[in-house]
Design a protein around this ligand. Structure first.
Ligand code: C5P
Length: 217
C-alpha cells in the first residue's frame, strides 16, 4: 500500500476540506466517499425507488457508475439525507467497498474521507485522522455552505439533520462511524478551517515520517 490517508468523521466536521488540502499537499488523488452514497441515494430516488428497501438500494449500489459523481445535485441537503438512508443497508456498503478499496490501492497513495475508511476500507492505512466538532458548530458550517450555494435552509433544521445522521451512522453494532484505534482524533470545534487544516497537516507529517522510516526497515 502507498501513502494512504484515511480521514473519517461525522457530517460537516470539516473532514472534506481537510482531505482536499492534504491531497494537494502530498500530490495524491482524493475521494469523497460520501459522494458514492449520495449518488446511490439520488439515483434510486430519481428512479422512483424506495431508499429504505434494502434490495432496491443494493441494486442501485451495484449499478453505481463513477461518472455519476460529477453532479451538483449530490451536494444538496436532500442528497445527504438520501445517502444516510441507503448507507444503513449492509448490501449497499458491500457493493461500494471494492470501488473504494481500489482507489486506496493506487500508487503512490490516496486520500479518502468518509466514515469507515480507517476501519473497513483501508485498515492498513499509514495515516488516519478522525475529525470531529460539536453538532452545533457542524450545523453552523453546513448552514453557511448551503446558503453560500443559494440553498435555503434553517439552522435548526440542519442541526436536526446532523443529529439524525449521527444517530443513523453510529447507532448500530455494525455502524460505520467509529474511530479506528490507531486514528488520531482532531476536534475542530474551536478551530477555523485553516487552523484545522494546519493541525491535520502536522499530524499527517508525523505519520508520514513514521511510515517512511518503516519502509527503510
Ligand atoms: O460525508 P457525507 O455527508 O457526504 O455523507 C453522506 C452520508 O453517507 C453519511 O451521513 C453516511 O450515512 C454515509 N456515508 C457512509 N460511509 C462513508 C461516507 C458516507 O455511510 N464512507
Amino acid at each position: 500500500m502507498g501513502f494512504v490517508i484515511a480521514v473519517d468523521g461525522p457530517a460537516a466536521s470539516g473532514k472534506g476540506t481537510i482531505a482536499q488540502q492534504l491531497a494537494r499537499a502530498y500530490g495524491l488523488p482524493c475521494l469523497d466517499s460520501g459522494l458514492l452514497y449520495r449518488a446511490v441515494g439520488v439515483t434510486l430516488q430519481r428512479a422512483g425507488g424506495d431508499l429504505d428497501d434494502a434490495a432496491q438500494a443494493e441494486a442501485a449500489a451495484r449499478a453505481f457508475d463513477a461518472g455519476a459523481l460529477d453532479d451538483d445535485a449530490l451536494r444538496t441537503r436532500a442528497a445527504g439525507e438520501a445517502a444516510s438512508r441507503v448507507a444503513v443497508h449492509p448490501g449497499v456498503r458491500r457493493a461500494l467497498r471494492d470501488f473504494q478499496m481500489r482507489f486506496a490501492e493506487q500508487e503512490p497513495g490516496a486520500v479518502i474521507d468518509g466514515r469507515d475508511i480507517g476501519t473497513v476500507i483501508a485498515p492498513g492505512a499509514p495515516a488516519k485522522l478522525f475529525v470531529t466538532a460539536s453538532p452545533e458548530v457542524r450545523a453552523e458550517r453546513r448552514w453557511l455552505q448551503l446558503t453560500a450555494k443559494g440553498e435555503a435552509a434553517s439552522y435548526d433544521d440542519i442541526l436536526a439533520d446532523i443529529r439524525l445522521r449521527d444517530a443513523r451512522d453510529s447507532g448500530r453494532a455494525d455502524s460505520p462511524l467509529a474511530a479506528a484505534i490507531d486514528a488520531v482524533l482532531l476536534d475542530t470545534t474551536e478551530m477555523s478551517i485553516s487552523q484545522a487544516a494546519d493541525a491535520a497537516r502536522r499530524i499527517i507529517e508525523t505519520a508520514r515520517a513514521r511510515w517512511e522510516k518503516s519502509l527503510k526497515g
